[in-house]
Design a protein around this ligand. Structure first.
Ligand code: HEC
Ligand code: HEC
Length: 354
């Protein structure tokens, strides 16, 4: 590893500690049940040190999450409404289907008029916990993020004045906005806010969370072995915090050249964070994605080049950590990743009547 990438890693670790502390501060501790210690050592071996360290670098989701119910319902309708796109063909859900892990399951997304986008659609599930939004971090938060796809020519191809005008023709929307936003009603900022409230409610508790709260039996043997490996080979250096990712930018290919390994020509999107900062040191840096629900979000990576989760894990170990894992190790880590597949809350789906 070069000095620069070691420094980046160290920098990320610093950021991680801060991130975890500030997340902790903004959750009401009463939202969370107290951590339970596992108390039957006679039937289960003592928790290995790797699992203790894993519990220290990851965090359980709050359960339940709190949100404004009326705004969530309004945001849910907007998220599923094709009226946001210029030709009434695409909604946010077209590329972030809630029942498909919050993605479109394509290598890269298809925008209006069948245009092929240049990058893979990441999940919206638990996206509220990312320190910034988009692969290259160009949006600070969900409210800022929602401006992007509407006006992006290869996504929804619309303009915000046109979206507000279209929605204003619906008396239902006008009334709902007046109710939830009494001071200014239906505005661009409030459309984005309602969508963000809905996205903030898309939190998916998983077996991982029961494990993190102290229940070793929330994972089966294979998953526990995978969890030990995940920690001991160093995945948590980058995939950490409440979303098991989303706490730092890291180079794709920290140790070995990913793009040479991929063997296809570089695309503009491959530059990653460089496209935002134009600093050479940021080339090929991406926001570390969340691993929650990762078994549901393939194909994987910003370029959608990994077509199996096994492939994604093997590549990560090789290019990020310089480790060549054998098939059995990869399988155990994949089993552990499946313990991050969470329950989609029932309110996330648009009721059939709307
Ligand atoms: C045509 C497909 C498409 C549509 C429609 C679309 N998105 Fe996306 N979305 C993407 C892609 C592709 C990215 C990644 C782009 C990037 O990082 O440069 C993305 C990124 C995101 C992210 C950031 C997640 C992360 O991990 O950083 C969020 C949140 C999001 N979209 C929400 C929305 C919302 C809300 C809407 C509707 C207003 C929407 N998207 C419409 C394809 C789409
Ligand atoms: C040096 C930081 C770093 C380390 C260490 C690391 N990752 Fe990653 N991981 C990333 C980045 C950055 C991406 C996004 C890369 C891209 O899409 O180009 C990523 C993406 C992934 C993805 C694909 C997620 C998606 O939604 O497409 C999986 C799966 C994954 N990592 C698993 C692992 C596992 C398992 C390990 C340990 C063997 C690991 N990672 C170690 C930084 C890291």
């Amino acid at each position: 590893m070069s000095l620069r990438s070691s420094l980046k890693l160290l920098g990320a670790l610093g950021a991680v500690t801060l991130g975890a502390a500030s997340l902790e501060a903004c959750h009401n501790p009463r939202e969370r049940p107290p951590a339970r210690e596992y108390t039957e050592p006679s039937t289960h071996p003592a928790t290995p040190p790797e699992l203790r360290r894993l519990r220290a670098s990851l965090q359980a989701l709050p359960d339940p999450v709190e949100f404004d119910q009326r705004k969530m319902v309004l945001g849910r309708r907007l998220f599923h409404d094709t009226a946001l796109s210029v030709d009434n063909t695409l909604s946010c859900a077209s590329c972030h289907a809630i029942n498909q892990g919050g993605t479109d399951r394509r290598r890269t997304s298809l925008g209006v008029r069948g245009q092929v986008g240049g990058i893979n659609s990441p999940t919206v599930l638990n996206a509220r916990y990312h320190f910034v939004q988009f692969w290259d971090g160009r949006a600070a938060d969900l409210r800022a993020q929602a401006a992007g796809p509407v006006a992006n020519p290869v996504e929804m191809g619309n303009t915000w004045p046109n979206v507000v005008a279209t929605l204003s023709r619906s008396p239902d929307y006008v009334a709902a906005f007046r109710e939830s936003y009494p001071s200014d009603g239906l505005t661009e900022a409030n459309v984005r806010d309602a969508i963000a409230v809905y996205e903030e409610a898309l939190v998916t508790p998983a077996p991982l969370d029961r494990f993190l709260r102290g229940d070793d039996r929330a994972l089966n043997d294979e998953q526990r072995e995978g969890a030990v490996l995940f920690e001991s080979v160093g995945c948590t250096t980058c995939h950490n915090g409440i979303a098991v990712g989303g706490t730092s930018f890291q180079r794709m290919g920290a140790v070995r050249d990913y793009f040479a390994l991929r063997g296809t020509p570089l695309t503009p999107e491959d530059a990653g964070r460089f496209n935002v900062t134009h600093r050479e040191a940021d080339r090929h840096f991406f926001k570390v994605p969340t691993l929650r629900n990762v078994a549901e979000t393939g194909p994987w990576f910003h370029d959608g080049h990994a077509t199996t989760l096994e492939d994604a894990v093997r590549t990560m170990a090789a290019v990020q950590l310089g480790r060549d894992l054998d098939a059995a190790q990869v399988q155990r880590i994949v089993a552990f990743l499946r313990a991050m597949t969470g329950t989609i809350p029932a309110y996330a789906a648009l009721p059939p009547s709307t």
